[in-house]
Write a protein that binds this ligand. Structure first.
Ligand code: GLN
Ligand code: ZN
Length: 740
């Protein structure tokens, strides 16, 4: 039988996050490796069976990982960094690379394209010596599938993507490529007794590949395509340039994303003329909404005009790694929200339905009428916006004078990014309140105590601008989503973020508006305890959007602007209540940038507009701060300037002031707080060290525009190191001020 449905990968953490809990037990020493390994095997079997039962013809084999597929690829290719070579035990070495140990820093971790999944970054260099390839894991998982009567393709990350995502100098890529390609060929050779088929994941090819990338692509698949039955998969965008090249190599098939890369339709004619099979990624693998099966069927019929049905397979746009397991456990979701959703299990069913309709002419099930998602008041408010709604009423120069008078801050003012350590007691109080185990009064008392403690600590440390500490927040996006109309929360909608870490993104399903003030109560209480300025803390519209599962029946721009209006209402309440410094965090602003350069301008425009729409309500003497969790601003500096925040705090403590030069170069006028120490580690920096850092910053930025703060929020730190580090920070500033 020919194959009609295919998957690029299935979530691996377990329907109830079994793998997460087992891994964490294992790391604590409470579970031995055999027990962990048995659990992993059981999960793989369960996931294979689930896909088979849903009628998926081709599953992905080797999509499992104890931590990350890039790390597994490093092991398979004999390319683990030499610095881990002193660890003999392969399991210990594996987890040392993933998480570090007492003598080894972990591999760097970063986001997988524009998703919230993080992979571990290979470390390569010109003299890198590859070790023999290591096919064990793949052989084992293939054998498991076979024993269960499962048919599938072995999933591997392809050489172009592996190299593109590695840390190495641009100049040595060519040299490394030859060695790397030999490793791939050796790996295929080692796996050749299986006579298996493969899927090479090559999504780096959707990121505006250069001519050199394309020539390496040609070389790679000319060679590998002769060794086995190879499919090349790309996703998250169109892959027009790569498709044109791949059609002239001996690979057997292509998997393309028709959800996020409509330009892939333009390649159909060429694919039709070739002999390649095409996997049409038509069900969104990274969002949670039901597929419009009728529209998909029409699209498939359209595609079949160019590529004969015998050469078509239906698939998801990407691996289902990026969506939760199933709706089975969502008893608490409102039925109108549930009716909109399809998690991984439900997507398998959609694939099966679509396949029967397309290949066998079976009728699609009738479509249930969709619930009403739009809110007339919200729509009317959006429609009535004018250019003034996107502009602060006074220019920065005037606002700065007002702030000087109002706040009367010393030079190099000190502050923090918002959150303070979240102790187990704080978390417990929040959880018990949510479950109704403690009364609202008891919860309020617990939070007020935490705030009071935090405020008095900041006063005694001598910080200039205080925060309330964010103790009432579990997560900076969830906290706001839970209070806004238009958002819903799943009970079990976990998605792997990295290693054993999972996140449960809010579901933005309808028009957004604010029901009542969200932060005012806590901020006002905190302000009542001190004469120093209290910074109000909000999450920005773009970050709320980028960290949610967002509805697709209207543009992201529309949704972002609705959130912006809700945040604007909150800013207005705060300023009326006398909170005159308000921070609007945009931690995820940059991560929403499209993978294709041609799409960026559009995103920049509406992301910027959304931030402006949220903050333009701020009056002359309300100072708007923002915070971003990265330091690479070179390519977005003009957007940052246009955001017109009075103060921006950023993460620079690890990259030094080299990256700050851009602010100097463009003559950035507003104020900046480049983090003076790294909060991602429990290490307490010395006074001298921070002083040194401040002096280095003063070489690039004027003292009149410089703020002094840590790198990011302190919620994951302990109290003792936090107190010590902030004490050093304040002392360091005093030393520098005295010398100025
Ligand atoms: N205000 C938030 C905090 O301090 C900012 C967090 C972030 O940047 N990710 O926790
Ligand atoms: Zn941050």
């Amino acid at each position: 039988m020919s194959h009609r449905t295919s998957l690029l990968g299935f979530p691996r953490i377990g329907e109830h996050r079994e793998l997460k809990f087992a891994l964490e037990q294992y790391w604590k020493g409470a579970l031995d490796f055999d027990a962990l390994d048995n659990l992993a095997q059981m999960l793989r079997a369960r996931h294979f069976q689930r896909q088979k039962a849903s009628g998926i013809d081709e599953v992905a084999i080797n999509d499992f990982s104890f931590y990350d597929n890039m790390l597994d690829m490093m092991v398979a290719l004999g390319s683990t960094p030499e610095r881990f070579g002193d660890i003999d035990d392969p399991v210990a070495r594996y987890f040392a690379m993933a998480r570090g140990d007492s003598t080894h820093a972990a591999l760097e971790m970063t986001k997988w394209f524009n998703t919230n999944y993080h992979y571990l970054v290979p470390e390569l260099h010109a003299q890198f010596r590859f070790a023999p390839v290591n096919p064990e894991k793949i052989l084992r998982e293939y054998a498991e599938a076979q024993a269960q009567g499962i048919h599938g393709r072995i999933a591997l990350i392809g050489p172009i993507t592996f190299l593109a995502l590695s840390k190495c100098d641009e100049q040595v890529r060519g040299v490394l490529f030859d060695g790397l390609l030999n490793q791939y060929a050796a790996l295929l050779e080692a796996l050749s007794p299986l006579q298996a088929a493969f899927t090479f994941h090559e999504s780096a090819l959707v990121c505006d590949p250069s001519a050199e990338d394309l020539s390496l692509l040609k070389i790679a698949y000319e060679r590998l395509g002769k060794c086995a039955d190879i499919r090349v998969a790309t996703y998250f965008e169109h892959a027009s340039e790569a498709t044109a090249v791949l059609l002239r190599t001996p690979i057997t098939s292509l998997a393309l994303d028709f959800v996020h890369g409509p330009a892939n339709f333009d390649a159909l004619e060429a694919i039709g003329k070739s002999t390649k099979t095409l996997v049409v990624g038509i069900i969104n693998g990274r969002n949670v909404w039901k597929n419009d099966l009728e529209a998909s069927l029409r699209n498939l019929e359209q595609i079949a005009l160019h590529v004969p049905k015998e050469r078509l397979i239906i698939g998801t746009s990407c691996s289902l790694l990026h969506v939760p397991y199933s709706l089975d456990h969502e008893h608490a979701l409102p039925s109108e929200v549930r009716a909109l959703l399809a998690f991984a299990h439900e997507k398998l069913e959609e694939l099966a339905l679509l396949s029967r309709a397309f290949f066998e002419g079976e009728a699609l099930p009738p479509r249930l009428s969709a619930p009403v998602r739009s809110d007339d008041a919200v729509q009317a408010r959006l429609a009535a916006l004018t250019p003034n709604d996107y502009r602060r009423p006074y220019p920065f120069a005037i606002r700065r004078e007002a702030a000087k008078e109002l706040f009367d801050l010393p030079i190099l003012p000190t502050t923090t990014i918002g959150s303070f350590p979240q102790t187990p007691e704080i978390r417990k109080a929040r959880q018990e309140f949510k479950k109704g185990l403690i009364t609202p009064e008891a919860y309020e008392t617990a939070m007020k105590e935490a705030i009071a403690h935090c405020v008095s600590l900041q006063e005694s440390l001598g910080l200039d601008v205080l925060v309330h500490g964010e103790f009432e927040r579990n997560d900076m996006v969830e906290y706001f989503g839970e209070q806004l109309r238009g958002f819903a929360f799943s009970a079990n909608g976990w998605v792997q973020s990295y290693g054993s870490r999972c996140v449960k993104p809010p579901l933005l399903y309808a028009d957004v508006s604010r029901i009542k003030p969200m932060t005012h109560f806590w901020s006002s209480f905190a302000q009542s305890l001190t004469d120093k300025p209290m910074k109000g803390m909000l999450t920005g519209p773009v970050t709320i959007l980028n960290w949610s599962f967002v509805r697709e029946d209207q543009s992201r721009e529309q949704s972002a602007k609705q959130i912006a209006l809700a945040i604007s209402d909150e800013i207005d309440d705060l300023q009326r209540a006398g909170i005159k410094m308000i921070q609007v965090d945009e931690a995820a602003f940059k991560e929403g940038y499209p993978l294709r350069r041609s799409e960026r301008e559009k995103y920049e425009r509406w992301a910027l507009e959304s931030f402006l729409l949220a903050t333009a309500i701020a009056e002359r003497d309300t100072q708007i701060h923002t915070h971003m969790c990265y330091s690479e601003f070179t390519d977005i500096i003009h957007t940052i300037e246009a955001m017109d925040a009075d103060v921006i705090s950023i993460e620079t403590s690890r990259s030094g002031n080299r990256l700050l030069r851009i602010f100097e170069q463009v003559g950035y006028k507003q104020e900046i707080g480049p983090g003076v120490y790294d909060i991602h580690s429990p290490r307490v920096p010395s006074v001298e060290e921070i002083e040194h850092q401040i002096r280095a910053l003063l070489e690039v930025l004027s003292p009149a525009q410089l703020w002094i703060n840590p790198d990011c929020g302190l919620k994951t730190r302990g109290w003792s190191e936090t107190e010590a580090a902030l004490r050093h920070m304040v002392q360091a500033v005093r030393n520098v001020r005295a010398a100025l």
